[in-house]
Design a protein around this ligand. Structure first.
Ligand SMILES: NC(=O)c1ccc[n+]([C@@H]2O[C@H](COP(=O)([O-])OP(=O)(O)OC[C@H]3O[C@@H](n4cnc5c(N)ncnc54)[C@H](O)[C@@H]3O)[C@@H](O)[C@H]2O)c1
Length: 346
């Protein structure tokens, strides 16, 4: 079988740090073309990977028939256009998380995938976390029983990003909830088996981002133009009676950063960090702690499974619909926060 030819749109941080190394080490893949609006970045990356084509306009990249799949690694506001155009020009797409700025854009991307018959995957790399994989095996074996509650935390104590567009609502779609909360929310929905969300209640706060007296442990952001929340909290109700709460911050007065997902089920409970399973066996309360987990490069595995799926015409591991569900919930948390009331998703 011929090599799968890839075109990458947006070759900044995540492309250089994770996707390109994963494609480069895959023996069935060739990075044929790269695109970035910044010529310095484009030329550096194109030279490094030995790409046959380089472009500053992604529409030119999409004209190349040889390209089988496109990797969209641009900022959130620039996901929908290249993704829809790539799908409609007959190419599979892997797009960075979140799927887009909002659910309306996400729906257009899923529709384009259906219309074109080309696959759309969202790069939710936390699903390849070895601890999460272990928890998924226990859930699938029935060891949690009926999962009726989940708690998602993506909390930074002082972690407002000091680079990129992370503090600009128009380009990013929101603050910590859409940037880091989305990863843990996706992971938790996957662990729960994607129950259908029916209603959402949320609140958002901006208590630190506007201030000049706050420590910038992830660089200095522009506090005069901070337009996102720095903390969000949400409660999601599912059709099967289960519920989920999510907390996500860029800054908060808490002891330490937390990136965690916890599940409560009728036969067992579990948490990702530190990884533990809680059960009652023989009238004894037991905590299980794995003593071995394989070391896995998440992004490498993510790319391997994407390539496998498009080469073998099997479903991609994170289909666009699942990325859309995450973004629909996030949209509803923001809407509920604005309106001060619960929002229906049905
Ligand atoms: N999976 C993860 O853990 C993870 C980590 C970081 C970022 N991300 C996601 O990756 C995406 C990019 O983030 P980043 O940190 O790499 O940002 P970045 O700013 O480092 O890189 C984005 C690149 O896209 C380029 N670009 C912008 N508009 C373009 C256009 N119209 N055409 C071509 N290129 C264009 C920029 O010049 C830049 O080089 C975001 O959606 C972000 O949420 C995911």
């Amino acid at each position: 079988m011929a090599k799968t030819k890839i075109g990458i749109i947006g070759v900044g941080g995540i492309a250089q740090g994770a996707h390109i190394p994963a494609f480069a080490k895959h023996e069935d893949v060739e990075i044929l073309a790269v695109c970035d609006t910044r010529e310095d970045v484009l030329n550096k990356v194109a030279d490094e990977v030995g790409a046959k084509y380089r472009f500053t306009d992604y529409n030119d990249l999409l004209k190349i028939d040889e390209i089988d799949a496109v990797d969209v690694c641009t900022p959130n506001f620039m996901h929908v256009e290249p993704t829809v155009s790539a799908l409609m020009s007959g190419k599979h797409v892997i797009v960075e998380k979140p799927i887009a700025l909002n659910a309306e854009e996400g729906r257009a991307m899923v529709e384009a995938s259906k219309k074109s018959g080309k696959q759309l995957m969202v790069a939710y790399c936390w699903r390849w976390n070895p601890g999460a994989r272990a928890l998924k095996r226990f859930v699938e074996a029935g060891d949690m029983g009926d999962i009726y509650y989940a708690k998602v935390q993506a909390m930074r104590r002082r972690g407002i990003p000091g680079w990129g567009v992370f503090t600009q609502k128009d380009k990013q779609g929101g603050g910590p909830l859409i940037d880091i909360g989305c990863h843990l929310l996706d992971l938790t929905l996957w662990l729960m088996g994607h129950p259908k969300p029916v209603s959402v209640s949320g609140l958002t706060y901006a208590k630190f981002g506007h201030r000049s007296d706050i420590l910038g442990l992830m660089g200095q952001w522009d506090y005069k133009n901070f337009t996102v929340e720095d903390f969000a909290v949400g409660l999601i109700r599912f059709e099967n009676g289960a519920s989920l709460t999510i907390e996500s911050s860029f800054a908060a007065n808490i002891e330490k950063n937390i990136l965690n997902s916890s599940l409560m089920g009728t036969e067992g409970g579990c948490q990702l960090d530190p990884l533990k399973i809680f059960r009652e066996e023989n009238k004894t309360l037991i905590d299980l702690t794995p003593t071995f987990l394989p070391t896995v490069k998440w992004h490498d595995e993510e790319i391997v499974e994407f390539i496998d799926a498009i080469r073998n015409n099997t479903p991609v591991p994170v289909p666009g619909e699942e990325g859309l569900m995450v973004t629909s919930i996030i949209d509803a948390i923001y809407k509920s926060a604005e309106e001060g009331k619960e929002v229906s998703l049905v």
